[in-house]
Write a protein of this length. Structure first.
Length: 404
């Protein structure tokens, strides 16, 4: 048997039935018996009687009434004082309180309502009226209980979901490649959003002369998007696409488009940028499937780098079978810094509600960094300054590859 989760059980309990439960506090036993007889024919009403007002609070905590009937004049303790005690006690603070009195006086009524009474009846009331008021006040209180329980269950469910998403985000990060500091240098920043997006990336040598770098962004958020992202990354790492030359970006996107059709992925598609560095030819070949362009800073030296957008038209991957993708290439200079990213790095809402533009992000990437300063960290800090926050509404995924 499948075990019910704690969050599901909490939601189920939130809508459980509460029994109408009456607690009468009155020092006269004859009144207690009279009310008992009035309610005896109501099978859905549970009745409790307390003849000692000093024990009223403890008895209320024990029986959990949905309405309290309370005499106004009792020995040892004043009825108005007891009403104040009921309202000060967390267990009875919100329980409807009907005051019973032998007097029909406006001043007495006003004083009873001032200390927290919900209703006022001259005893003994007519049976029909008493039952009607008990049901009315109990129904309102039960609705309040169920609303509060549903809210608590929702909060617990959200907390459990947030924990699961955080665990999933850590798992995704654990699969990302480590930074590189050799002939090719690779650094990155990956900050999952609170709802977990579908961003992921990878880079590795295909052979002695070809180095691949790729980044994808699955539409939507949540664990499903992350799982699809991981599946694609694993396929690329293992090079398990049949009859595909992984040195040819257009072939890779076409093979992925056929391997991951959206109708088999819960109508989910993804965008991707895929590039291959050819060490001998000193050339970078790339293709895009609906993804933002990569930005290459290239030149003869660190002080003469010019920004180049690496973009070409291409339909989203998995969106339509039989799609063809075209590759493009760029010749490299002596110094090359390739920036590959998802749209979450520039589609950022400012605190005033306006949005940062791609061109503004492009200008930040194109700026030179101070000596000893990480380009990726500088860009991240600029994005956080725009957002006015350490986190982002979408995944923040930025990879910088320094090519020799």
């Amino acid at each position: 048997m499948k075990q019910e989760s704690s969050s599901a059980a909490a939601l189920r309990r939130a809508y459980s039935e509460h029994v109408i439960t009456v607690l009468l506090v009155d020092d006269q036993a004859i009144i207690g018996e009279a009310v008992r007889r009035m309610l005896a024919g109501e099978p859905d009403i549970v009745y409790h009687y307390c003849g000692d007002p000093a024990k009223a609070l403890s008895m209320a905590a024990s029986v959990s009434p949905t309405v309290i009937l309370q005499d106004l004049v009792m020995p040892d303790i004043d009825g108005l004082t007891l009403a104040k005690f009921f309202r000060a006690n967390p267990a009875t603070r919100d329980v409807p309180l009907i005051v019973l009195s032998t007097k029909e006086e406006a001043a007495t009524k006003a004083e009873a309502f001032a200390v927290g009474a919900n209703d006022y009846l001259v005893k003994l009331p007519d049976k029909i009226e008493l039952i009607a008021r008990i049901r009315y006040h109990s129904r309102g209180f039960i609705n309040l209980l169920q609303r509060n329980e549903a809210h608590e269950a929702l909060v617990a469910s959200q907390q459990a979901l947030a924990k699961e998403l955080a665990q999933a985000a850590e798992y995704v990060k654990s699969l990302l490649p480590p930074p590189m500091d050799g002939e090719i240098k690779a650094v990155w920043e990956f900050i999952p959003c609170s709802s977990l997006g579908g961003d992921s990336f990878g880079y590795h040598w295909l052979d002695d002369d070809h180095f691949a770098v790729y980044l994808l962004d699955v539409c939507g958020h949540g664990v499903g998007a992350a799982l699809l992202s991981i599946s694609v990354i694993n396929v690329l790492r293992s090079r398990s696409l049949p009859n595909t030359r992984f040195c040819e970006p257009s072939e890779v996107l076409e093979a992925l488009n056929e391997a991951f059709p959206m109708e088999k992925q819960n109508d989910t598609y993804f965008t991707m940028w895929y590039g291959v560095y050819d060490r001998k030819a000193r050339r970078l070949t790339y293709a895009s499937g609906g993804h933002p362009p990569a930005i290459l800073l290239t030149g003869d030296g660190p002080g003469s780098l010019r920004p180049v957008e690496l973009k070409n038209a291409g339909f989203v991957v998995g969106g339509m079978p039989g799609m063809k993708y075209e590759a493009a290439c760029v010749e490299l200079g002596a110094v090359n810094k390739l920036h590959v990213f998802s749209d979450g790095v520039y589609e950022i809402a400012r605190p005033d509600g306006s949005f940062w533009t791609y061109q503004e992000f492009f200008d930040v990437v194109a700026q030179p960094s101070a000596p000893g300063t990480s380009d990726v960290r500088r860009i991240l800090d600029a994005c956080r300054a725009v957002a006015g926050s350490e986190s982002f509404e979408d995944d923040f995924c930025l990879v910088q590859i320094t090519l020799p």
